[in-house]
Design a protein around this ligand. Structure first.
Ligand SMILES: Cc1cc2nc3c(=O)[nH]c(=O)nc-3n(C[C@H](O)[C@H](O)[C@H](O)COP(=O)(O)OP(=O)(O)OC[C@H]3O[C@@H](n4cnc5c(N)ncnc54)[C@H](O)[C@@H]3O)c2cc1C
Length: 432
């Protein structure tokens, strides 16, 4: 009998597993709550109007239309009945012989979930489009705002978290303000926008060595951004953020400070780490459940030296391919050695033309690193259309400093009703 493999999540891990299993004698069901695979590393470019959502997302069905043994199901998984080997989604029970859980991660506010409405994060397309609207609306509203305090608040942008996402966002917002929007307003000077990156640790990009981290900080400062390291955010509200006694008044606060695993650990009643990641064995299966695997951001996996593997796309992809090979090997009565992660290095970009890279010990910064960053991202994007469009967009932006996706969606009629999304502070000019 053909084994039924159910994969939950068509992100980097799930998609890589499904592609490998599609070539074998398996009935595969790939379930995702969206109908597209998302290239998260470029989400910040959608949030800052450099790319459109469809440039970094590709339909999951299109990947498997020539693979009759792979069923794609659009559905939100709400549980797993591991006693009966069934996944529960949209009121259906989907039986499996093997299960691969690849449901990724979600934003974490470290116990301060009440900050979420004031400091939205960036995990999906909806977040990116909503952030794009918030950022662009802040400039529009500043243009017509009579109260100087409120105008200043609108032109202050605070990003919390100095990892790659926070650094990339700050660089892109700084470029948007200093170049693309610079000469288009009559009452404000977008170049006067204050863009602050707040990081609790002693330096930004802590996964890189000190030299590259300092180089990234200097590059951000050259773009006119402020970098505040060793500064912990202690409060978030609709008027800005608090850092102990200090305040940054801002209408646009973005959270890039932390993630936690999807709730898959709870569905399985599995042993998890503090961030909710499922603890897996050397073959990525759950202890006592050799037919259930967790991979990518939702799994806590340590390497041979006992170090926890990072939550990055290459880990998820390699784990997906590994579990597929293990299932194939088992079908033939064979075994495979434990999972080993091959780390090719790290990259982070800071605006147009500057990046830092640590590639298997070869350290680069500046334009050469940026070229590597561009080629790596184009190469790993799914679909020839997306690769071509992203490449053309980048070339256009590089030459013109423009951003082609500056759409504020959701405005109704002549009134900027969306502006009401951002609660206004009472001002001296308000009649009340
Ligand atoms: C803004 C941002 C920038 C990043 N930049 C980089 C980078 O530059 N380089 C890098 O290597 N990594 C980067 N990462 C991290 C990288 O994207 C993740 O490590 C990677 O996506 C993990 O892959 P995954 O398969 O575990 O999860 P994901 O790729 O997140 O996929 C999870 C999938 O599961 C689906 N899902 C979740 N819950 C359910 C449910 N209940 N029912 C059905 N489907 C569900 C989701 O819709 C999603 O498609 C970035 C992440 C973010 C958010």
């Amino acid at each position: 009998m053909v084994s039924r493999v159910v994969i939950i999540g068509a992100g980097f891990g799930g998609l890589s597993a499904a592609k490998a299993l599609a070539r074998g004698p398996f009935d595969v069901t790939l379930i995702d709550r969206y109908n597209y695979h998302l290239f998260q590393p470029l989400l910040y470019q959608v949030a800052t109007a450099a790319l459109s959502p469809s440039d970094i997302a590709s339909p999951i069905r299109a990947e498997f239309h020539r693979r009759p043994n792979v069923d794609v199901m659009l559905g939100n998984v709400s549980g797993i009945d591991s006693g009966r080997n069934e996944v529960i989604a949209e009121g259906e029970r989907i039986p499996f012989d093997y299960l691969i859980v690849a449901t990724g991660a979600q934003q974490s506010y470290f116990g301060h979930d009440d900050w979420a409405p004031y400091a939205p994060g960036l995990k999906g397309i909806d977040d990116a489009v909503s952030l794009r609207r918030r950022i662009l609306l802040a400039f529009e509203r500043a243009e017509i705002e009579p109260d100087p305090d409120e105008r200043r608040r609108l032109l202050n942008f605070a990003v919390v978290g100095g990892g790659a996402t926070g650094v990339e966002l700050v660089g892109a917002i700084a470029e948007l303000a200093r170049h693309a929007l610079a000469s288009e307003f009559h009452n404000i000077d977008p170049r006067s926008a204050r863009i602050v990156l707040v990081e609790a640790g002693p330096r930004i990009l802590s996964q890189f060595d000190d030299e590259l981290s300092q180089s990234a900080q200097r590059a951000l400062e050259r773009l006119g951004a402020e970098v505040r390291v060793g500064t912990e955010v202690t409060g978030c509200d609709d008027l800005g953020i608090s850092m102990g006694r200090e305040r940054i008044e801002s209408r646009t606060v973005i959270w890039a400070a932390g993630v936690e695993a999807s709730p898959a650990g709870t569905w399985l009643g599995a042993d998890t780490d503090r961030a909710g990641r499922i603890k897996v064995g050397p073959d990525l299966s759950l202890p006592g459940k050799p037919h259930i695997f967790a991979i990518g951001d939702t799994a806590a996996c340590v390497d041979a030296e006992g170090r926890r593997l990072p939550g990055v796309a290459p880990v998820a992809k390699q784990q997906g391919a590994y579990v597929a090979s293990l299932i194939s090997a088992r079908a033939q009565g064979q075994s495979v050695p434990p999972f080993r992660y091959k780390d090719y290095g790290m990259l982070a970009t800071i605006g147009r033309g500057y990046a830092v890279a640590d590639l298997e010990g070869v350290k680069l910064s500046g334009f050469p690193a940026w070229l590597v960053w561009c080629f790596a991202h184009i190469y790993f994007l799914i679909g020839y259309r997306n690769r071509l469009i992203v490449m053309l967009n980048w070339a256009w932006s590089f030459v013109t400093f423009q951003r082609g996706a500056r759409l504020i969606t959701g405005i109704v009629g002549a009134q900027m009703t969306d502006l009401k999304e951002m609660p206004r502070a009472p001002s001296a000019q308000d009649p009340t």
